[in-house]
Design a binder for this molecule. Structure first.
Ligand code: MEV
Length: 428
């Protein structure tokens, strides 16, 4: 047990000093201590130290490439950072089945974010809202004074939307400042603006401003993607019909819809993470959007077209940026944007939507056919043959037989290898 968690001036120490303190307190040996920092080179470690507080190391995640993606006619290598097996394989496989019909179609995503200002203690809410509307131009002008660079680049605050909310504590006014953030995710830009304009809203309405913060329910920043999955490649008419039925289950059952959407976010969050964007912002927005104006629903829809091929569509808010924040401070994030040939925040949002759709299709196809465990087992089996020290020439056959027997273990791998070797030698 550590003596105290009250580490005086811990934030002021260097990474090395912090590591030593933790190592001493937690009895870490030399190997454990070096594991904390050895996974990344010192210059990257330096960048990481600047990103958050009290850094003691790096937590590397696998970064992989999802293959086969064509998005709006352009071939793309998609970078994904994720710990879960089968996700990248699933997305790549799904994208392959969309290729015969041209891959994924997406449309431009406006970078419009919402900043909220909560106004309380307003005596006459109708009069207050009227006054806010009458002063919209002055409010927008003041908001835009906060970010001349954004405004010069063609972005900035666009309008205000106003709402009254009946609460147990009386009527409140909810002002939405709508800001075009261009290639930024926008939380910083928007938070600065709403904090600055809040006093002005107080004097216009006679109320008191309380919260002034971006909303992660980015309903004005919705990305859409569509793809047609070839029915022969995906397994025929029955599989098409079964996927449509599986999606209908999610449409009518929240327990299923939640897992359906979790599968979408496997792909979405992996790309968001690889680009240094905020996974929690996108996840909160996606799940809230799934329940916006209706009961919680899946973020994808499916139907069969006139050829019997499966048409899939996705719609979800994707608030990501290509400038600012960790997209710039994390060198690997910048590299991922380069590998994906991302041109703008809108472009990145479209790739993310396409990956979300691919991921969901892959999960549904597996679920209506062999289930998802077989794929997981295959990946696990890959690790097992390596750990069992089986020669590479036998890997594929041993993996296949272990998966068929439903038993992926070191002893089983060795037993199967023995059998195969004996039979090969007999043949020879
Ligand atoms: C697992 O990470 C994701 C799935 O559960 C998604 C789904 O059920 O659609 C396979």
């Amino acid at each position: 047990m550590v003596e105290t968690s009250n580490l005086e001036k811990f934030y002021k120490k260097s990474i090395g000093e912090r590591v030593q303190i933790v190592a001493q307190m937690c009895n870490l040996d030399a190997n454990e201590t070096s594991l904390l920092t050895s996974a990344v080179d010192p210059s990257l470690m330096n960048a990481l130290d600047g990103m958050i507080e009290n850094v003691i190391g790096a937590f590397p995640l696998p970064l992989g490439i999802a293959t086969n993606f064509i998005i709006n006619g352009k071939e793309r290598l998609v970078t994904m950072a994720i710990e879960e097996p089968s996700v990248i394989a699933g997305a790549s496989n799904a994208a392959k089945m969309a290729r015969p019909r041209g891959g994924f179609d997406t449309s431009d995503v406006a970078s419009l974010m919402i900043g909220q200002i909560q106004l309380v203690d307003v005596e006459d809410s109708n009069a207050a809202i009227e006054a806010l509307r009458a002063n919209q131009d002055a409010i927008i002008a003041m908001a835009n004074e906060q970010d001349p660079i954004l405004v010069n680049a063609g972005g900035g605050a666009r309008r205000i939307d106003t709402f009254t909310i009946d609460t147990n504590l009386g009527v409140m006014i909810d002002v939405h400042l709508i800001v075009d953030c261009l290639d930024a995710m926008g939380a910083n830009v928007v938070n600065t603006m709403v904090e600055k304009i809040a006093p002005m809203l107080e004097s216009i309405t006679g109320g008191r401003s309380l919260l002034r913060i971006v909303s992660n329910l980015a309903v004005h920043r919705v990305a859409r993607a569509r793809a047609i999955f070839d029915k022969e490649l995906l397994g025929g008419n029955d599989v098409v019909g079964n996927i449509i039925e599986a999606a209908e289950f999610a449409m009518n059952d929240m327990f299923r819809a939640t897992t359906h959407n979790k599968g979408i976010m496997n792909g979405v969050s992996a790309v968001v993470r690889a680009t240094g964007n905020d996974t929690r912002a996108v996840e909160a927005g996606a799940h809230a959007f799934a329940a916006w104006n209706h009961p919680y629903q899946p973020l994808t829809r499916y139907h069969a077209d006139e050829n019997g091929d499966l048409v899939g569509e996705i719609e979800l808010p994707v608030a990501v940026g290509t400038i600012g924040g960790a997209t710039k401070t994390h060198p690997v994030a910048g590299l991922c944007l380069k590998i994906m040939e991302i041109e703008s925040a809108s472009d990145l949002s479209q790739v993310i939507a396409a990956v979300g759709l691919a991921q969901n299709f892959a999960a549904l196809r597996a679920l209506v056919s062999e289930g998802i465990q077989k794929g997981h087992m295959r990946l696990h089996a890959k690790n097992v043959v390596r750990m069992a020290g089986i020669p590479a020439a036998y890997h594929d056959r041993v993996i296949e037989l272990m998966v068929d027997r439903g038993s992926v273990r070191l002893d089983v791998a060795r037993e199967i290898f023995g059998e195969l070797k004996q039979s090969d030698e007999g043949d020879g």
